[in-house]
Write a protein that binds this ligand. Structure first.
Ligand code: GLA
Length: 392
């Protein structure tokens, strides 16, 4: 972790509230290697947590007031009371992630106390690397640490965070981002079964690099398009009479397609084929079979572009540039919810310099900006970094 980040969180805390925090927690962002939009269809995903984090420095209060300062939004402030009910803020999206986590902890019947929280992070925002899920997890972990809610495990915190996003923020997301931010393992991706929430660590080969390239395409219409895709998937599952698209294979999908809207059929085909690709990719990764992984990533991207319709031309171009630079020994695809954001590439560590150069030379966003390249390490999930234990 970037050591300056801890200093920034603690300094922001001191400037806003005076004195020192009682605990500091941190939660990572994530990159999804493959398995896109499969999570809310109760299917499989293969993300890893990355070494970019959100930190929360926190101290309890004796009353029911929560005071928040966000270093990454010019020290913007928020303040809310835990009683009678936590309200929504229309003018500051970041604040609703904090409020939402408190509201869902409260809904779970936990006796909450007030607190002072300072937030600082280094996850690029709006890039599709789950800065918001990491904020939710870091806040949940801070409340757990401050109040000694030891009964809340990592998966509980992830579910509470997802609920905050679904019920409070208004994005009908699946569980992937919150679960990987909660349960990530250093050096590993996690193959997550989003129905059972069972997660199997898959070791990332030491000589393989995980490269993320931010396209700098601003993600527009994300929530509305996302929620629309989700409704289309649910409509398809109803047509087939299954609880979720996870329960179909390609043969079943094709055999009973009559009467289904052709657009909805294409959306469903993406999910059904992507589930199988994700299982295959986990196997290829475990065997260090980069050529197979590369082919699966290429198929995944084509499916997101043609069947699920969530890519944009600049992202398609960036993926082609990376695919050409990497060749058969690895691959690239868009990662995350879509409509902009980042591309992920898996490639031999020795090939990173050439791939980076190809991006610098050939890629520009629609506004003429170069892409931003991050070579990242797979990180651990949410944790309490330091606890001094001073209460009011
Ligand atoms: C967003 C959502 C996740 C998942 C991905 C797409 O990141 O938050 O739940 O659906 O999009 O795979």
């Amino acid at each position: 972790m970037n050591p300056a980040l801890l200093q920034r969180a603690v300094a922001t805390f001191a400037a806003a509230f005076g004195g020192a925090p009682a605990v500091v927690t941190r939660a990572p962002g994530r990159v999804n290697l493959i398995g896109e939009h499969t999570d809310y269809n109760e299917g499989y995903v293969l993300p890893c947590a990355i070494d970019y984090h959100t930190l929360v420095a926190a101290r309890p209060r004796a009353d029911a007031l929560v005071r928040v300062v966000a270093a990454d939004f010019d020290d913007a402030r928020d303040e809310f009371r835990l009683d009678p009910a936590i309200g929504h803020r229309g003018d500051a999206a970041w604040a609703n992630y904090v409020r939402g986590v408190y509201a869902m902890l409260q809904e779970r019947g936990l006796p909450l106390r007030g607190a002072e929280l300072a937030i600082a992070g280094d996850i690029p925002q709006g890039a599709g690397l789950s800065s918001s899920a990491s904020l939710e997890l870091a806040v949940g972990q801070a409340v757990k640490a401050l109040q000694g809610f030891d009964e809340l495990g990592a998966t509980d915190l992830a579910l509470i965070a997802q609920r905050a996003e679904n019920r409070f923020v208004g994005c009908n997301c699946g569980i992937m981002d919150q679960l990987i931010s909660a349960r990530g393992e250093a050096g590993h991706a996690l193959l997550i079964d989003c129905r059972s929430l069972q997660a199997t660590p898959v070791h990332l080969p030491d000589d393989m690099a995980v490269m993320i390239v931010h396209s700098r395409v601003r993600r527009g219409l994300v929530d509305s398009e996302y929620n629309l895709r989700r409704r289309q998937c649910e409509a398809a599952a109803r047509h087939y009479g299954v609880p979720a698209l996870r329960d179909l294979d390609l043969a079943a999908l094709q055999a009973r397609a009559a009467g289904l809207d052709p657009v909805v059929l294409r959306r469903a085909r993406h999910i059904v084929t992507e589930n199988q690709r994700t299982l295959d990719a986990a196997q290829a990764l475990a065997r260090n079979d980069l050529p197979r992984l590369g082919r699966l990533m290429a198929q995944s991207h084509a499916s997101m572009r043609d069947d699920f319709a969530i890519t944009v031309p600049a992202i398609d171009r960036l993926v082609e540039i990376l695919q050409a630079a990497i060749g058969a020994d690895g691959g690239a695809r868009m990662t995350g919810g879509g409509f902009g954001g980042c591309v992920v590439a898996l490639l031999p560590a020795a090939a990173v310099a050439a791939a980076r150069e190809a991006v610098e030379r050939h890629y520009r966003s629609p506004e003429g900006e170069p892409g931003v390249v991050h070579v990242c390490q797979a990180a651990d999930g949410v944790q309490t970094l330091a606890a001094w234990g001073a209460g009011p």
